[in-house]
Design a protein around this ligand. Sequence first.
Ligand code: AMP
Ligand code: GLY
Length: 436
Amino acid sequence: MNILIVGGGGREHAIAWKVAQSTVVKKIYVAPGNAGTQDEPKTENIAIDASDINQLLNFALNKQIDLTIIGPEVPLVAGIVDIFTEHDLLCFGPNAKAAQLEGSKAFTKDFLARHAIPTAAYAQFTAHQQETAIDYVKNYFLSHINSPVVIKADGLAAGKGVVITSNESEAIEVIKSMFSGQFGQASKQIVIEEFISGEEASFIVLIDGKHVLPLATSQDHKARDNGDKGPNTGGMGAYSPAPVVTDLLFEKIMNTIITPTIAGLNKDKISYKGFLYVGVMIDQRGTPKVLEFNCRLGDPETQPLLFRLKSDLVELCLATLEERLDQVEAIWSDQVALGVVLASKGYPDSYPKNDIIFGLENCTNNDAVKVFHAGTKSHNGHVLSNGGRVLCCTALGNTAQEAQTLAYQTVAKIHWEHAYYRTDIGYRAITRKTDE
Ligand code: AMP
Ligand code: GLY
């Protein structure tokens, strides 16, 4: 098979690495890919942007691509699957209507409310309702002493559209700035949400429209700095499995979130095929609530997840498209996989690019360790930094502690001028183990 992978981050490097292991795959193209993807066997980067659907379509038709796998949300929300399908091309991921579960937070909150799926209390407002929105937060702070409020841009905002504010004046400022077009069209509508505290986990499933196949559990580290401090990012590290999701909690998430979501999609006549990523908050009482849906795999969750996956990813994608997920299994290594993101200093705001990355040649990629690339590019025989998140050093160990040690041993071999990373990835899993 000829495969096209769309995207150029760490998630797409992990997908390319995994797809290259499939015996049914002859050739892989990654658009646009990074310095890591081009080094994978059978794999070639092509210089097409992940959101340039027309060029991707022409490429897929010309190269007789048998299966296209979409990594990021932007092309999914823009309808790449619908367009490829119209041209009889197999394309893995939800169609535009289904991708609204990530593309519009207001749509998602209404979906959750309509189908009685647990989530934070909310209200939604459009730009001409600014005064009503301000009154809403004023009342919120009167009735929620010492509790922050969460303000979210409705549309895609590259992970920056969620602000947690702890007082009235801050909240009003955020509302005004969102409505004045801070995120363009994406913030012309907002969702204001009750703050829920607890522990987050990433619960990702495959859905084929009829059946569901849960992947292994995982946990991200969204804050930039150690101890979950600093601004929110796309994710600074992740591991799988997430011990916070006990067997009991797993059942609860399936029964109270996943099954009603699939029933709700069917009821609303939304045909969903692809990965569905549920950002779950487990509150103090152990009740899981939906924080968000994503219509794709998480980044960096994918790197440890796929490092643990023993099954053929291409077969899982085909089974999803052919509605036979009930006939396949996802087999996982019993070990813990943990990935540490190396970012550029300044991320998630502005950061320098084009630093030469040293030490990659000293990192052995094998069954226990793999350096996945994200924002990197090749230039004159060097690998240069080319994005906010640059690499993800991923390792397998018998325990979270072992995987963490091995991952950081690899991190220590790599350096560039503006490198930045957290030194505590996996701390929750490690602490939990010692507690028991
Ligand atoms: P979202 O993109 O909606 O998942 O929000 C990004 C991050 O903001 C989440 O991963 C949480 O850390 C935080 N967050 C979002 N909504 C809430 C909420 N209602 N209560 C507490 N934290 C939240
Ligand atoms: N790591 C969070 C996300 O992919 O949205």
